[in-house]
Design a binder for this molecule. Structure first.
Ligand code: PTJ
Length: 254
């Protein structure tokens, strides 16, 4: 039972933190994942814990990119499995994306815990767990290099929530389009991805699913226009300005 009173002024943030801790206790989240969450929380605070305009723009571009893909895939790590397993499955169903478990601090035990949670959330097929179909992604030394040949290896669009920069670079070099969720607009992943959603994944994942649903009625030409209009570097710069503006407003109140 949660010790956080619903009336606590920061209850929402504390509930999200609690999900991570429960995920850690249940074997889903790496110890380092708790630290990664702390860094995310700090950036969320600076953003004002809101989905800003730049993030909404990135979400729309990401939805267009996913709908135009031949073989999209969602890469799942420990944090994301603990934070929003149901939302991942919803996005996969709407967008016809595959799901693959891919860990930085890899362990078979943790993979099995993540698979269990995803299945409980309604996932039918989960890649990244069958050694017979694993293959190395070139240009990468971490455990993330082991991918599924029917999944990330052959995908054209890879969605990587809460990622480390190395793999984003390796995926780009392999010719894939990379979509990430990262609250830190300065991270290497943010700077390297094709589309960076600077927002808390707990807010943005459902918004991406909604956007995929809405845009699925549009034709390919319109989807392509949405993507062509999007510039990730410009959008990241807009996110940094949003943080600056939020801090300026706060400094006036203080
Ligand atoms: O489960 P594993 O073994 O695959 O490991 C996963 C982690 C997250 C530990 C691993 O990928 C890692 O170390 O990531 P980094 O390099 O710490 O990067 C995580 C990024 O996600 C940071 O830039 C954080 O600011 C950001 N972040 C953290 N929480 C959230 C977030 N972005 C969006 N929403 C969040 N809730």
């Amino acid at each position: 039972m949660s010790l956080i009173p619903k009336s606590h002024p920061r209850a929402k943030s504390l509930f999200i933190r609690e999900k991570l801790v429960v995920g850690f206790e249940n074997g889903l989240v790496a110890k380092e994942g708790l630290l990664a969450h702390g860094r995310g929380e700090a950036f969320d605070y600076l953003l004002g814990e809101k989905t800003r305009k730049a993030a909404k723009k990135a979400i729309k571009a990401a939805a267009a990119q996913i709908l135009l893909a031949n073989s999209p895939i969602i890469s799942v790590n420990g944090n994301i499995a603990a934070l929003c397993p149901k939302e991942i499955v919803k996005l996969a169903n709407i967008s016809k994306a595959k799901i693959e478990v891919n860990l930085f601090y890899s362990s078979e035990k943790r993979k099995q815990c993540i698979v269990k949670v995803l299945k409980k959330s309604g996932a039918k097929e989960i890649l990244g767990i069958n050694r017979n179909s694993s293959i190395k992604l070139p240009g990468l030394d971490s455990a993330r290099r082991i991918v599924d040949k029917n999944g990330i290896f052959t995908a054209d669009v890879v969605i990587v929530p809460l990622e480390d920069g190395d793999r984003t670079m390796a995926l780009r070099k392999a010719g894939k389009k990379v979509i990430t969720f990262d609250l830190n607009p300065l991270s290497r992943t943010s700077q390297t991805a094709n589309i960076t959603i600077v927002d808390n994944v707990t807010r943005a994942m459902d918004l991406l699913t909604l956007s995929c649903k809405k845009l699925s009625k549009r034709n390919k030409k319109i989807l392509k226009e949405i993507m062509d209009e999007f510039n990730n570097k410009k959008n990241l710069s807009d996110s940094i300005i949003e943080i600056r503006d939020h801090l300026t407003r706060r400094s006036h109140i203080a």
